[in-house]
Design a protein around this ligand. Structure first.
Ligand SMILES: Cc1ncc(COP(=O)(O)O)c(C=O)c1O
Length: 580
C-alpha cells in the first residue's frame, strides 16, 4: 500500500500517519523518496510506544541512525521551502525597512544593517507566524476559535490575527503579566484569562481549554506554519539586499524565527553565515546543541522575557541544528548596551529580546575581527516595559565597558578624600559613595567613566595600588551592582562630632568635585559622600562634613566661594532616622 505523506508534518506526524494507515514503513519511505531505508529506522522498546502516544513521542518509539536523521531533515527542508513560498502574512504584517545603522557600522568597521521588526503593527515579528497559521485554518477548524498561551508578543500576534480573520481568540496569560500587556491584548479583542504564576502554568491551562472547547491551539514556535510565517522576514531581506550578506544575527527563544529564516537563507544563499543569539541565562538552543539533543533548562532568566524559553521546540531544533553555524550567548549588561546602541542609531527603544541580535553581532565582530563585511541583525521587538528603562540605562554603560566599579580603601583623615580624588582628576566619576565607619580607614565605592574598556580599568587598579590604596574591581560583582552600591552609607558606627549635612548641585563635568574639595578648609573631614550620575543636567551630591561650630562663618564663605547650589539637610528627619 502506497501512502502519501503531505500535510501536517513534523517527525511525530510522519510516524502517526505510518501507524494509523497501518502501512509498512518501507512503503512510506519509498513515497518520501529521500533514500531512507528500513534499516535506518528501528523499533526500540515497544512498551515505550503505546499507540495513542506515538504522535507525541516519536523519539521514544523510534531511534534513528544518523542517515535517517539527515533524510528527515531533507524532507523537512523541502516541505518548509514550499510553505515559505506560500506563506500569507501581509494582511496584518508590513514589509519592514532594512536600515543601515551608521554609528554601529563605524564602531564595528563593518556594514551593519538592522531589520526593523520593531516597526510591525504590534511592535514585534510574532504576528507573521501567528497569522500564517491561522489564515490556513478551515472554517470547520476555526469555528470554535483559537487558544494560545503567552505573556507577550505571541499573544498580541494571535489577537490581531484573530480580529483580522474574524475568529475568536482566548489567550491565557500568567497572573504576573504586566497590566500594559494584558490591556493591549484585550484591546485587540481577545479574551484574556489570567492563570498561574508562570508561562508553564498558563500553557497547561490553555491545553485544557483547547480540549474543553475543541478549539485550535496556536503554538508560539513549534509549528511548521508558524515557522514559515516568521521566515518571510528572510524573504524580504534577500529581496531588499540582493548583494552578498556575510552573516545574519537572529535571536532565539523557542527557535521558530531562526528555523524559518535559516531555512530560506541557506536555501537561497548557502554562503551566508547564520548566528543565533541567546541570553547567557536562557540558552536552551545552545544547551541542546552541546548535548546533541533537546534539553530542559532548570531555570531561565527572564530579563529578555521574549526569549525566556526552557526548551527549544522539537521541529525548530531539527531544522535549526542543521542550518545554524553558531550560537552566541550574551549577558544582561551586553543586552542593555545593545539597546543603547540601537537607540543611538534609530532613536527607538527595543525590548531586551529585540536587541539580542545586535548584542551578539558586537561580540562576534570583536572576536572575529571581521572588517568591511555586511552584517544583518533582526531587531525583533519593542514591547518594552517603561519601568525597565532605569535598569537598562544603569547597566548599559557597564555592558559597553564604559563604566568601571571599584571598592577602594583610603585613610580616614581630613584631606585624604581630596588626595584620592586628585589621582583621577580628569576621569569622569559616575558614582561616589562613602560613609564614616572606622577611625582608621574609609571604604569608598567608586564608579569611573572608561573610554578604553577593560585595559583602562586594569591600569587604574594598578595606579591605585601604586599609591598605596587597596582597590578591588567590582565591575562584574552582581551583588555589588544590584544591592551594595545602594547600601553603602547608613548610620555611622559611632557618633561623628560636629557633623553637618548639605545637598549640592555640582555641574556635570570632570573636575567639579576636585574644585569643591580644593575650596574646603583642610581641617574639615568628609564623613559622608553620596553621588550617582543619573544623567541629569546637574550632579546631585549629598555631603556630610565635620565642621566645628566656631568654623561656621568660614564654612558659609566656602559655600559662597564654591558657588554650587546647596541646601542644608542637617535637620532633615531622613538624616536623623537613617544616617546619623
Ligand atoms: C521580541 C522577540 N524576539 C525574539 C523572539 C524569539 O522567537 P522564537 O521563539 O521564534 O525563537 C521572540 C519570541 O517571542 C520575541 O518576542
Amino acid at each position: 500500500m502506497a501512502l502519501v505523506v503531505k500535510e501536517k508534518w513534523c517527525i511525530g506526524n510522519i510516524f502517526k500517519t505510518v501507524m494509523s494507515a497501518n502501512a509498512g514503513i518501507q512503503n512510506v519511505l519509498k513515497v518520501m523518496d529521500y533514500g531512507l531505508s528500513q534499516n535506518d529506522v528501528s523499533f526500540v522498546d515497544s512498551k515505550d510506544r503505546p499507540d495513542n502516544h506515538i504522535s507525541l513521542h516519536p523519539f521514544k518509539a523510534f531511534s534513528f541512525t544518523h542517515d535517517a536523521h539527515s533524510c528527515i531533515f531533507t524532507f523537512m527542508m523541502k516541505d518548509m521551502i514550499e510553505r515559505i513560498k506560500q506563506a500569507t502574512v501581509y494582511d496584518v504584517a508590513v514589509v519592514t525597512p532594512l536600515e543601515q545603522a551608521s554609528k554601529l557600522s563605524r564602531q564595528l568597521n563593518n556594514k551593519v544593517l538592522l531589520k526593523r521588526e520593531d516597526l510591525q503593527p504590534v511592535f514585534s515579528f510574532k504576528l507573521r507566524g501567528a497569522y500564517n497559521r491561522m489564515a490556513a485554518l478551515s472554517p470547520e477548524d476555526a469555528k470554535n476559535g483559537v487558544v494560545a498561551a503567552s505573556a507577550g508578543n505571541h499573544a498580541q500576534g494571535v489577537a490581531l490575527s484573530a480580529r483580522q480573520l474574524g475568529i475568536t481568540a482566548t489567550i491565557v496569560m500568567p497572573k504576573t503579566t504586566p497590566a500594559i500587556k494584558v490591556d493591549a491584548v484585550r484591546h485587540l479583542g481577545a479574551e484574556v484569562i489570567l492563570h498561574g504564576n508562570t508561562y508553564d502554568d498558563a500553557c497547561s491551562y490553555a491545553y485544557t481549554l483547547r480540549d474543553e472547547r475543541q478549539a485550535v491551539f496556536i503554538h508560539p514556535y513549534d509549528d511548521p506554519a508558524v515557522i514559515a510565517g516568521q521566515a518571510t522576514i528572510a524573504v524580504e531581506i534577500l529581496e531588499q539586499h540582493p548583494e552578498h550578506i556575510d552573516t545574519f544575527f537572529i535571536p532565539v527563544g523557542g527557535g521558530g524565527l531562526i528555523a524559518g529564516m535559516a531555512a530560506w537563507i541557506k536555501h537561497c544563499r548557502p554562503a551566508s553565515k547564520i548566528v543565533g543569539v541567546e541570553p547567557d541565562d536562557a540558552g536552551c538552543f545552545h544547551a541542546a546543541l552541546q548535548a546533541g539533543k533537546r534539553v530542559e533548562l532548570e531555570q531561565v532568566g527572564i530579563f529578555a522575557d521574549g526569549v525566556a524559553v526552557k526548551q527549544i521546540g522539537e521541529t525548530t531544533f531539527e531544522l535549526a541544528r542543521n542550518l545554524v553555524d553558531e550560537v552566541i550567548l550574551v549577558s544582561t549588561d551586553e543586552i542593555c548596551a545593545a539597546i543603547m546602541d540601537i537607540f543611538d542609531d534609530t532613536r527607538t527603544i527595543t525590548e531586551p529580546a529585540g536587541a539580542l541580535a545586535v548584542a551578539g553581532m558586537k561580540k562576534y565582530a570583536r572576536r572575529e575581527e571581521v572588517l568591511d563585511q555586511t552584517l544583518i541583525a533582526v531587531n525583533s521587538g519593542a514591547n518594552m516595559n517603561f519601568d525597565r528603562l532605569r535598569h537598562v540605562a544603569e547597566r548599559a554603560e557597564i555592558g559597553e565597558q564604559c563604566e568601571g566599579l571599584l571598592a577602594v580603601t583610603i585613610p580616614e583623615r581630613p584631606g585624604s578624600f581630596r588626595d584620592f580624588c586628585d589621582l583621577f582628576a580628569e576621569q569622569g566619576i559616575t558614582e561616589f559613595n562613602y560613609r564614616y565607619s572606622d577611625a582608621a580607614e574609609a571604604h569608598v565605592f567608586v564608579g569611573v567613566k572608561l573610554s578604553r574598556g577593560v585595559e583602562e580599568q586594569e591600569m587604574m587598579l594598578a595606579m591605585f595600588k601604586k599609591h598605596g590604596y587597596d582597590a578591588i574591581d567590582m565591575t562584574d560583582n552582581e551583588m555589588a551592582k544590584i544591592h551594595t552600591r545602594y547600601m553603602v552609607g547608613g548610620r555611622a558606627s559611632h557618633a561623628v562630632d560636629d557633623e553637618i549635612l548639605y545637598r549640592f548641585e555640582f555641574p556635570e563635568r570632570p573636575g567639579a568635585l576636585l574644585r569643591f574639595l580644593n575650596h574646603m578648609a583642610t581641617g574639615w573631614n568628609i564623613s559622608l559622600f553620596h553621588y550617582r550620575n543619573h544623567g541629569a543636567a546637574y550632579g546631585r551630591v549629598l555631603v556630610g562634613m565635620q565642621v566645628p561650630q566656631e568654623d561656621m562663618p568660614q564654612f558659609q564663605k566656602f559655600l559662597d566661594d564654591v558657588g554650587y547650589r546647596y541646601s542644608c539637610e542637617t535637620d532633615n528627619p531622613a538624616y536623623k532616622l537613617f544616617l546619623k
